[in-house]
Unconditional design. Structure first.
Length: 179
């Protein structure tokens, strides 16, 4: 069984608001060659907790075969709830995806996705300090922020195009410097 290191992080520019997630997958083959894959994306309207969880889910989904995975995260929300066999997520599942008060856990769809994808692997969780000297965790933070910054950039570019179309309809010349 291959041994994989999965580093994850999520971020939001507002909570809730535009968010991004990032992950780094590392595999060292028997010859000592290191394979690295970085993933990230954005979500238009989300929360930081959803992005933390999404990073882990998407990273695990990348694995095409069962693996031993060490998942590194700076999210107490993820680490505390996802512990193999003993995490709250497994109690929620056993209780029909309900809490003791009968309500649904937050982010239940993502948790269901996590349980499904995690079942294919043997995984352990490692809590890392956020914004510390962990190079891979810091890289995931950059990837996550890049995700929502790309969304913000795209949104601004679309707003400029809408403004230019409106100006053209009104007969206002664009792109020239008024004197």
């Amino acid at each position: 069984m291959k041994k994989i290191k999965l580093y994850t992080d999520g971020a939001c520019s507002r909570n809730p608001g535009p968010g991004g997630w990032g992950c780094v997958l590392l595999y060292t083959n028997p010859n000592g060659e290191v394979y690295r894959k970085e993933l990230n994306d954005f979500v238009r309207d989300t929360t930081n907790q959803q992005m933390e969880l999404t990073a882990a889910v998407r990273g695990l989904q990348e694995l095409s075969e069962p693996c031993e995975v060490t998942v590194y995260s700076d999210s107490a929300y993820f680490i505390d709830n996802a512990q193999p066999s003993t995490g709250r997520v497994y109690n929620w599942r056993s209780n029909g995806w309900t809490l003791q008060n009968g309500s649904e856990p937050k982010n239940v769809d993502l948790w269901k996705e996590f349980v499904t994808v995690a079942a294919k692997h043997k995984y352990t969780l490692v809590k890392v300090a956020a914004h510390s000297d962990d190079v891979e965790n810091n890289r995931c933070d950059v990837l996550a922020k890049k995700g929502y910054l790309e969304y913000e950039k795209k949104k601004k570019e679309e707003a400029i195009k809408r403004l230019e179309r409106k100006q053209n309809k009104l007969g206002i010349e664009t792109g020239s410097d008024p004197k």
